[in-house]
Ligand binder design. Structure first.
Ligand code: ADP
Ligand code: MG
Length: 618
């Protein structure tokens, strides 16, 4: 038997890095600029704590394309490396110098914003280059070094005559990656990944000024001090709006309000979230929340990190505590990530509450643009639901806004039925349900306007959490039955007459769609009324808006009630009429009128109805 140690060497992991480390080859630039930034911030730190007295100055990072020679240069003025350090930090793959630095300066370097921690970033250069060179001069008084590697594990390392402090990385771009020698491509990558990095990044020059005063100036790609890294007290409303435009240059609409996130315990997170004006078509979703780590763009897929209902928001989140390059399922199981998600939920709820308290009128005016997010939040996050009572609004058809408590108060006298249940009436469409709304308002009832697609789910939840309160849509029954205060129905028809009326009508209207119900209403009320029972309609809506069976319900059939008013003159006439042809005609006409008032008469039926009625005109 033999035993030993598996030898993980550069030789066997090098091809792996090249092929599989990152699926996106373009991230090499992000990695190299992160290293350049780290090198600059490290020097800054050492000068700050007095470990060196070199002049820090105003260092920048420069990216240069040399198309002719197929080279890409990344030049920094950071702390550089000695020959020994190149040996140590570059040749020992997977040995992260950033981590070592943070370890060594544990206490003082916590807030330096140093990025690296995988120890493999540098080698991502080989995804696009077949040869990489490093020219580097340390801030220490030692000769400069020149390192070359052609992608095989062999490298050369020798002294060179670089005099300025810092590091220049030269990539000899491979034939299959020549894209990365294009100006537009590099600019696009810099804007995508490095737009808010903390050290200025120069890419080319441009002209400024007119005529005589025209001067050539460096083009700086990034804003090294983005708003989210500042204190909320140092930012005005205008600053927040400007940052929004900086983040999404193609968005022309201002956000409704913003939420500044800022925690450092038990995890580190900063950011600004914006509530956008949500257009009905959610196609604006292309501008999503962006995730950064120490001002380096990572992704705009924040699923799992930001609670689902808030993914409709916009803005940035910056946290070094979110594990990267790991699978999404791992992410969801990570304790820190769950805490971050809960924190964001809480912050959003707190902000909404303070907006509501500080300026209710303004909050109400924004309601239509934010309600979907809030309703979705109440349904999907229990923690949010608990807090939402303080700011959730229920608008009426007349644009009055109630909180749930206020609504209970406003309806308790007039809208309690004979069993002591509070009946909340609502409409989903002011035009389509106009006659029902008018009838309810006549009785002095409050009618809510609840028109979002997920409202039936929300109502269901509110009912289960609030005893003795039911929601009923205005067109789900005759107004007299919506809120039954007592049973006082007296029909003019005898029992036999009622039985025969029921039979006659049932023979004519399609049974699979309509349930005929006789009711003794006011003699002046419509003779035929079509209603859709609240329960059936709500179940159907919930099965439709469930988004692929989210709430686990099948397809519900369309079912209506046909209420026949036994006290109406028409009811008496139907019974008294022995001529079947004219009786059938008047039932069909009454049925069509009832359908018409519910918006159910369409297509061929509507055409026939109009034609028939024109013909009857004398
Ligand atoms: P990490 O950034 O995670 O430490 P990298 O593979 O990106 O890992 O870099 C390895 C190390 O090489 C860095 O930690 C740093 O010590 C050194 N290094 C890389 N680029 C530079 C640079 N531009 N200036 C100075 N040191 C650098
Ligand atoms: Mg790195």
């Amino acid at each position: 038997m033999t035993s030993g140690k598996i030898n993980v060497t550069v030789e066997n992991i090098f091809p792996l890095i090249k092929k599989f480390l990152y699926s996106d080859h373009e991230i090499f630039l992000r990695e190299l600029i992160s290293n350049a930034t780290d090198a600059t911030l490290k020097l800054k730190h050492l000068t700050t704590i007095g470990e060196t007295n070199v002049e820090y100055g105003n260092p920048i990072i420069e990216v240069k394309i040399d198309k002719e020679n197929k080279k890409l240069h990344i030049i920094d003025q950071g702390l550089g490396m000695t020959k020994d350090e190149v040996e140590k930090y570059i040749n020992q793959v997977a040995f992260s110098g950033a981590e070592e630095f943070l370890e060594k300066y544990k206490d003082s370097a916590k807030d330096t914003g140093i990025i690296g921690h995988f120890g493999l970033g540098f080698y991502s250069a080989f995804m696009v280059a077949d040869k990489v060179e490093i020219f580097t001069k340390s801030f220490k008084d030692e000769p400069a070094a020149h390192w070359t590697c052609d992608g095989s594990p062999e490298y050369t390392l020798e002294a060179c005559d670089k005099t300025e402090r810092g590091t220049e990385i030269v990539l000899h771009i491979a034939e299959d990656s020549l894209d990365f020698l294009e100006d537009y491509k590099i600019r696009e990558l810099l804007v995508k990944y490095n737009k808010f990095m903390p050290v200025p990044i120069k890419f080319g020059t441009h002209e400024e000024g007119e005529g005589e005063d025209k001067v050539e100036v460096d083009t700086i790609i990034n804003n090294p001090n983005p708003a989210w890294t500042k204190q909320p007290s140092d930012l005005s409303d205008e600053d927040y709006k400007n940052f929004y435009r900086e983040l999404y240059p193609t968005q022309f609409e201002d956000p409704l309000f913003n939420i500044h996130l800022n925690v450092d315990y038990p995890f580190n997170l900063t950011g600004i979230l914006y509530f956008p004006k949500l257009s009905a078509d959610l196609q604006m979703q292309k501008d999503k929340i962006q995730l950064y780590q120490n001002q380096v763009f990572v992704t705009d897929n924040v699923e799992g990190i930001v609670p689902d209902f808030l993914t409709m928001l916009k803005g940035v989140i910056d946290s070094p505590d979110i594990p990267l390059n790991v699978s999404r399922s791992y992410l969801q199981a990570d304790g820190n990530v769950k805490k971050i998600s809960n924190y964001i939920t809480r912050k959003v709820a707190d902000k909404l509450k303070s907006l509501f308290n500080e300026n209710r009128e303004d909050f109400e005016s924004k309601w239509n643009d934010i309600k979907i997010v809030l309703e979705y939040g109440m349904l999907s996050e229990e923690k949010f639901y608990e807090k939402a009572g303080a700011f959730m609004l229920y608008p009426t058809v007349d644009d009055k806004f109630y909180t749930l408590e206020e609504l209970k108060e406003a309806t308790k006298d007039n809208q309690t039925d004979k069993d002591g249940n509070l009946v909340i009436l609502y409409a989903s469409n002011k035009d389509a349900q106009h006659s029902y709304i008018a009838a309810a308002k006549d009785k002095g009832y409050q009618v809510l306007l609840l028109d979002s697609p997920i409202v039936s789910h929300l109502i269901q939840k509110l009912e289960s959490d609030n005893e003795k309160m039911t929601f009923v849509r205005v067109d789900s029954d005759h107004i007299n039955n919506l809120i039954k205060k007592e049973d006082t129905e007296i029909s003019k028809l005898s029992e036999d007459e009622q039985k025969s009326l029921q039979e006659i009508v049932e023979n004519i209207v399609p049974k699979d769609k309509y349930t005929v119900k006789l009711e003794a209403l006011d003699s002046t009320a419509e003779p035929f009324i079509i209603t859709q029972p609240e329960f059936m309609r709500r179940m159907k809506e919930m099965s439709q808006s469930g988004g692929g069976g989210m709430f686990g319900m099948g397809n519900f059939p369309e079912m209506y009630n046909l209420v026949v008013n036994t006290n109406s003159p028409l009811a008496t006439n139907i019974i008294g009429n022995t001529d079947e042809t004219t009786r059938t005609e008047s039932i069909k006409q009454a049925m069509d009128l009832a359908k018409l008032s519910q918006g159910l008469l369409k297509g061929e039926e509507l055409t026939a109805f109009v034609k028939r009625n024109f013909n009857n005109l004398k």
